[in-house]
Design a protein. Structure first.
Length: 343
């Protein structure tokens, strides 16, 4: 398989696709839940402009019970996006500013000696929340990043032989600056694999940027999010997640996902291709994207839309390909073009 030359990143989904004419009438409960989830997008839009694709990605991560890694240069509203999103959800939220001196216990919690009781007690860390904003996660060493591995995968924290469950729903939304910026660490592969999606935040279009300045000129401040209202209840979130689980996937669509994964492993520029876990992640994200659009089953369009954000951080290129300037997004675009699509 011939790999492509460097190309711009594939666009991220911005809004659900329209329902196909041949679809059966939607379930009223699913319609109600989609409307509730859709209100989250509206509320986030009160504070964040021109990032519809990233908002969709966060919704997909939430509905799929996954996590999102958000990358962008400083000043493109990564932190504001997550804060606005969590405010619209109305869930318990904690923020951790990742720094080089942050310790694992500062994230997951640690045993503290209680002099009055004469014994050690566990003091919960900020990971015991519904939405954890891991701000600038790549500014802390891998040792501290590893504190999130068990929490993100198994929704629990183990300390001193005791396992403590995390609240549900649980979402880690981590921001990071591009790795070429000073003072950053490369995220280990095990950490990257815990994220369902990697979303790229770019500078907004000119008109959107003018709207940003207009809001600030009119008195908006990112520190004040009181204008954002709760759009959905915890019960509706759980119901929506269960409804996403019921989205169907035919054998042909499952085989299509597997073929795409195997194609990445055969690409000449790829050192490590998509794993079986990556294939299941693509299935989960595709089901969530289909559900948002009112589809009872996933289609090739849903898989193709989600492939790049779900796999871009899981593919490792060969060193010579990186030197030549080949990008992971370009390789994935080539894989999509060359893999037969089920009819």
């Amino acid at each position: 398989m011939t790999d492509p030359t460097p190309a711009s990143a594939a666009p991220q989904p911005a809004a659900p696709a329209p329902r196909a004419p041949h679809q059966t009438p939607a379930d009223p409960d699913a319609v109600r839940l989609r409307e509730a989830v859709g209100r989250v997008r509206t509320e986030v839009g009160k504070a964040v402009i021109g990032q519809d694709g990233a908002v969709s990605g966060l919704l997909i991560a939430l509905l799929s019970r996954g996590h999102a890694l958000i990358e962008g240069v400083p000043g493109v509203a990564k932190t504001l996006l997550v804060r606005s999103f969590s405010k619209a959800l109305g869930l318990d939220t904690k923020r951790v500013q990742f720094t080089p001196d942050l310790m694992p216990g500062d994230v997951s919690g640690s045993l503290i000696y209680d002099a009055k009781a004469g014994e050690f007690e566990f003091r919960e860390g900020p990971v015991f929340t519904n939405v954890l904003l891991a701000d600038e996660i790549n500014r802390t060493p891998p040792k501290t990043q590893s504190a999130l591995l068990e929490a993100m995968e198994e929704r629990q924290v183990s300390s001193d032989g005791v396992t403590r469950a995390l609240p549900e729903p649980f979402l880690v939304a981590a921001t990071q600056n591009p790795i070429e910026h000073e003072g950053t660490y490369t995220l280990p592969e095990a950490q990257l694999d815990r994220f369902l999606l990697k979303l790229i935040i770019r500078v907004p279009e000119r008109d959107a940027e003018v709207d940003v300045l207009r809001r600030h000129a009119d008195g908006f401040t990112p520190r004040d999010l009181e204008r954002i209202d709760r759009a959905v209840t915890p019960e509706e979130i759980r119901e929506a997640q269960d409804s996403v689980d019921r989205v169907a996937a035919t054998d042909e669509m499952l085989a299509y996902i597997v073929d795409l994964a195997r194609a990445t492993r055969e690409a000449a520029s790829v050192e490590v291709g998509a794993s079986p876990r990556a294939a299941t992640a693509l299935l989960s994200a595709s089901k969530a994207w289909a559900w948002l659009g009112g589809y009872p089953a996933i289609t090739p369009d849903h898989v193709q839309a989600m492939l790049t954000p779900v796999w871009r951080h899981r593919i490792q290129l060969r060193p010579d390909a990186e030197i030549e300037g080949v990008s992971v997004d370009a390789v994935l675009a080539s894989v999509l073009r060359q893999t037969p699509v089920p009819r």
